[in-house]
Design a protein around this ligand. Structure first.
Ligand SMILES: [Cu+2]
Length: 671
């Protein structure tokens, strides 16, 4: 890959999953990949004349005239054209936020157009046409969502968002230096050091909230599972909302632990927001992201929500939990004191279009993001653009993101804690006894990562290209794997879940299983065929179903697609379904003494699998946080099983031969 990763050659070899096979037939993917690359290239400038066909298409394509190639007979495209012709669409060179109702509606009009295209030609024609006429932020969002969900674009690899819209992933100092480089025509690597000063203890964990890979995971997750989704029902979407954010929350607490910080406290509507936040970041268009001072008291946000509305939503949800049922809008009840309850609650709290009663339960999560994002200018007195909390790309940088999610995570826990603990019968699996687990050394380090800032700069046909990159330190870990020794009675497919759970709190007090279980980090979940007798099974961290390698760099995707098109060869992009934490963030940062954790392997019957071929078929990629595109979530058990419910008596788990837990240490080495 073209991107340098100091000190991790082996890792980038693993990440370099792109292959170009010189097969003369079917250059289809190459053309589709090339079109997507070009549509997103230099997104803030008109299509460059070095792409003459695309430029021509943007002028000549007639969206209404091609309505016959739309599955909906052209409804979506005519609707969007009416808005365009009437001059109602958001201008170009303006900020875009998905949480802004009108802006979201416009972006979704384009999503609707693209997802209704019957073929690729209509897709790219419409995309080229609207690229030159719609707001850039709306356009990028629509392309990413449409490619993620379109049936004929599943094999296209979306370029890393941090290289398509770098403003949303870096800070103004880095971009200022990039401009200098362009103006002086001097190639540059702009080093990005976090700007939070050492006086601010949150600085110690800023590397996690600012991590571009983690932020990409967060944005992509919300594109795979949009809260506004009206298409076919997505299996366990509400539970996935809980689970993906729960894991972000516990991961952040683990980072704090190894940096000698207490866990995040939750957010309280009637107490000051303890940590302020200074983003040091500019929109490409629209000025600076607003800054919030420490200890800001919540204020109502004009046109969004009053604080008492927020409290009301919370108390209605807590009521539902206490009652054990939610109220539907027709007055009937849905019981939630069961495995399915978390799915209902997740949808209601977010809220998504799957919420059973949005007018009653509101949209606690989405509104809270907006309310927090607007605290610097709640009445619009200073015409400030949206805050970092109002974009999935930037939200986790603000410490209040984790306070908000801790607050919601505690609501989910309140529900889970009402459910009866698992019994021995729920946990038991007689066929397999785990006789031991050997884990390689677990060790983390920081490395420099380089990414391209070219897309952030204005350009035109007659301006010379200059290479400008950002250089950013990021967390990684040494490659590791583990060996599971087992004794099986008979051959069978089994379900394996692997967790890492911090053993002590930040005061060095040892946590018992009940105190620690909620902080468990899922390292992997997979299916494998065990053989009768005594055997070993080796699993490598890179195989994890919750983590993905780096996306190929934008320049690399461009090069591969262009070469394949030029030579007429087949383009094979084996990036898999790109949803999950970055592989390099699988382990929390360790420390010099070694962060002590429980390493747990839990094997249960293959009957937990929702599909019977999971041991041999990954169904298009990683499913831990993302499920299977268009299918059932692979693990039938609740997400987080068996640590999702109370464990009043740890012996119930420890006595199971199919459960194994031992202490490991995660070290951190400064290079
Ligand atoms: Cu989120």
């Amino acid at each position: 890959m073209g991107t340098a990763r100091a000190g991790s050659m082996k890792w980038s070899a693993v990440a370099a999953v792109l292959l170009v096979a010189a097969v003369a037939e079917g250059a289809d993917l190459a053309h589709r990949q090339q079109a997507v690359n070009r549509l997103l290239y230099r997104i803030h400038s008109p299509i460059l004349s070095k792409f003459p066909e695309l430029k021509q298409l943007s002028n000549s394509f007639d969206p209404r005239g091609n309505a016959g190639s739309c599955k909906d007979g052209g409804n979506a495209v005519n609707h969007l054209m009416d808005e365009l012709d009437a001059g109602r669409l958001l201008e170009q060179h303006h900020w875009f936020s998905l949480f802004n109702t009108r802006q979201r509606e416009e972006a979704l009009m384009l999503v609707d157009v693209l997802l209704n295209c019957e073929n690729f030609e209509t897709f790219v024609g419409n995309a080229a046409f609207f690229r030159e006429r719609m707001n850039e932020g709306e356009f990028v969002y629509a392309i990413y969502v449409a490619v993620s969900h379109s049936d004929f674009m599943q094999d296209v690899v979306l370029p890393p968002l941090y290289e398509v819209t770098p403003h949303m992933f870096t800070n103004s100092e880095v971009l200022d230096r990039a401009y200098t480089a362009k103006m002086t025509q001097t190639p540059a690597n702009s080093t990005w050091t976090s700007l939070a000063p050492r006086k601010n203890h949150e600085q110690r964990v800023a590397y996690f909230g600012e991590d571009i890979g983690m932020n990409s995971h967060h944005v992509h997750w919300h594109m795979d599972f949009p809260f506004w989704w009206h298409g076919d029902e997505i299996d366990r979407k509400g539970e996935l909302f809980f689970w993906a954010h729960h894991q972000l929350t516990v991961r952040f607490d683990a980072e704090r632990l190894s940096n000698y910080l207490p866990p995040v406290d939750e957010l309280y509507w009637d107490r000051p927001i303890k940590e302020g936040f200074a983003p040091h970041t500019n929109y490409k268009y629209g000025g600076e992201f607003p800054t919030r001072p420490d200890n800001k008291n919540f204020e109502d946000v004009d046109g969004v929500a009053r604080i008492r509305d927020m409290k009301e939503m919370e108390s209605r949800i807590r009521d539902a939990i206490a009652h054990g049922y939610v109220d539907k809008s027709d007055g009937s009840h849905i019981d939630i004191d069961n495995n399915h309850g978390i799915d209902v609650l997740g949808a209601a709290i977010e809220s998504s279009t799957s919420s059973v009663n949005p007018s009653y339960y509101g949209a606690l999560h989405n509104q809270a993001h907006r309310v927090l994002g607007a605290q610097a200018d709640p009445h619009g007195k200073f015409n400030m653009p949206p805050g970092v909390m109002e974009h999935f790309e930037t939200a986790t940088r603000d410490p209040s993101f984790f306070r908000l999610h801790k607050y919601m995570d505690n609501i989910f826990k309140e529900h889970k804690d009402r459910l009866p603990p698992y019994t021995a019968a729920d946990l038991k699996y007689d066929n397999v006894e785990i006789t031991g687990v050997d884990v390689d050394e677990l060790s983390t380090f920081f490395e420099d990562f380089k990414f391209d800032l070219g897309n952030s700069l204005d350009t035109a046909d007659n301006v010379k290209h200059v290479e400008v990159h950002a250089l950013v330190p990021r967390l990684n870990h040494k490659p590791f794997g583990y060996n599971i020794h087992y004794k099986a009675d008979h051959a069978e497919t089994v379900t394996v879940r692997v967790y890492l759970t911090p053993k002590y709190d930040n005061n060095g007090v040892r946590l018992d299983m009940e105190e620690g279980r909620w902080n468990s980090i899922l390292l992997d979940t997979f299916w494998v065929n065990v053989q009768a007798g005594e055997h070993d099974y080796h699993r490598d961290a890179t195989q994890s179903n919750v983590a993905i390698p780096d996306r190929p760099a934008f320049q690399e995707l461009i090069r591969l697609a262009d070469e394949a098109v030029a030579s007429g060869s087949e383009l094979v992009l084996d990036h898999g379904h790109s949803c999950g934490h970055p592989q390099r963030l699988l382990l929390p940062k360790g420390n010099e003494k070694g962060l002590e954790c429980w390493f747990t392997v839990f094997v249960t019957s293959g009957d937990d699998a929702a599909h019977d071929d999971l041991h041999s078929n990954d169904h298009g990629g990683n499913h831990g946080y993302c499920g299977i595109h268009g299918g059932q979530y692979p693990d039938k058990r609740p997400m987080g099983f068996p640590f999702d419910r109370r464990i009043p008596n740890a012996a119930v788990l420890l006595e199971q031969p199919n459960f194994h837990s031992h202490t490991v240490r995660v070290y951190h080495k400064e290079e």
